[in-house]
Design a protein around this ligand. Structure first.
Ligand code: HXC
Ligand code: NAP
Length: 308
């Protein structure tokens, strides 16, 4: 058994209809594929119908379960309502919402136009509250239990330069998650979030590591466990949170990043750059060892650190 394998019992999501925004590509597609393997019906939405149709066919061919592809811009409330209506027509009800659609790019903030800022915030925050509100109203009206899972990021609470619209919007999604977890629990609606670290996808890598940045900044270097995430690991966690096994988990955000954000936060964590020779030299100095040997070790250690 390992982290690249499915974790939940066969049929764990049977009978559930799960609506995934941005479900045609990347992590949305990976999570959807696993939900479908576990028996769920899927509704996948985004702006590109052709991409959705291809993904729907692929998933259906693999699992034999139903996948309904529906075009929808999450920023448009009328389109969101229409998707929910069509989903109910096909499956009777939607049981789970996965807020996964996002827009993002890197830029110094002062270079952004106000439209660029709007674009990212509208996709991430408005898109998430549009679907959450429309489905929440329907669940409450029909006394149907609901489950909302939102994909945020770890910079939802640390903030991050160069992706400021995304950071502000993801923080909003997290605040909505925690707020509604309390307010809507009385209606049988749970709200949780996942904060992934780096998981390679074309969408994210093309926009966050454009050009030769991919070679310059290997995201794995920032992760204490020394690697990026495997899609199945995220799919396992998401499947648990959308399943009834997690019925007592509400208002939580679960980080899955190999320890990445804490590495950036800890005051002395960069000392992992210090080579053994330098530690040796410092230890010798502390213990009053031979001066020349100590200086030599210190010099070699500094050289090594410079080269890193
Ligand atoms: C500065 C930019 C820009 C860029 C677009 N704009 N790209 N500004 N730098 N790289 C500006 C445009 O000039 C325009 O402003 C405004 O933003 C809208 O641009 P459009 O291209 O018209 O927008 P649209 O077609 O709606 O496309 C949205 C998009 C695009 C966000 C710009 O990248 C997209 O479709 N993204 C969807 C997928 C995605 O981003 N996936 C990655 C998620 S990764 P003006 O003023 O010129 O009109 C992620 C990971 C987080 O979230 C954590 C990682 C660890
Ligand atoms: P992705 O493949 O680019 O996924 C983004 C999806 O959002 C696309 O399918 C896109 O489809 C859809 N989308 C964008 N704008 C939309 C709109 N206006 N209306 C409807 N759908 C829209 O990137 P990803 O890496 O899988 O990202 C998935 C989620 O994980 C995002 O929430 C992202 O912030 C989060 N995340 C990713 C990472 C990572 O390392 N990959 C890390 C942390 C968090 P269309 O273009 O067809 O609309």
């Amino acid at each position: 058994m390992n982290y690249a394998q499915g974790m939940l019992k066969e049929g764990a999501l049977k009978g559930k209809t799960i609506l995934i925004t941005g479900g045609g590509t990347g992590l949305g597609k990976s999570m959807g594929t696993y939900f479908s393997e576990l028996g769920a019906n899927l509704v996948i939405t985004s702006r590109k119908l052709e991409v959705l149709q291809k993904t729907a066919e692929e998933i259906h061919a693999k699992t034999g379960n139903q996948v309904l592809p529906l075009e929808c811009d999450v920023r448009e409330y009328e389109q969101v309502e229409k998707v929910i209506e069509q989903s109910k027509k096909q499956f009777g009800q939607v049981d789970v919402l996965l807020n996964n659609a996002a827009g993002n790019f890197i830029s110094p903030t002062e270079r952004l136009s106000h439209r660029a800022f709007d674009t990212v915030v509208d996709i991430v925050l408005k898109g998430s509250y549009n679907f959450t509100l429309a489905l929440g109203k329907s669940w409450i009206e029909h006394e149907h239990p609901g489950n909302v899972l939102s994909i945020v990021t770890t910079y939802a609470w640390t903030g991050s330069g160069y992706v400021v619209p995304s950071a502000a919007a993801k923080a909003g999604v997290l605040a909505m998650t925690r707020s509604l977890a309390v307010e809507w629990a009385r209606y049988g609606i749970r709200c949780n979030a996942i904060a992934p670290g780096p998981f390679p996808t074309k969408g994210a890598w093309d926009r966050l590591l454009p050009g030769n940045l991919k070679e310059k900044f290997d995201p794995a270097n920032k992760v204490p466990v020394g690697r990026v995430g495997e899609h199945q690991e995220l799919a396992n966690l998401a499947a648990y949170l959308v399943s009834d096994y997690s019925a007592y988990v509400n208002g939580e955000v679960i980080t899955i990043d190999g320890g990445e954000w804490l590495k950036g936060a800890g005051e002395f964590n960069q000392l992992d750059q210090v080579p053994e020779e330098l530690w040796d030299a410092m230890e010798m100095s502390r213990k009053g060892g031979a001066k020349i040997k100590m200086m030599w070790l210190y010099f070699r250690g500094m050289l090594k650190m410079k080269r890193k």
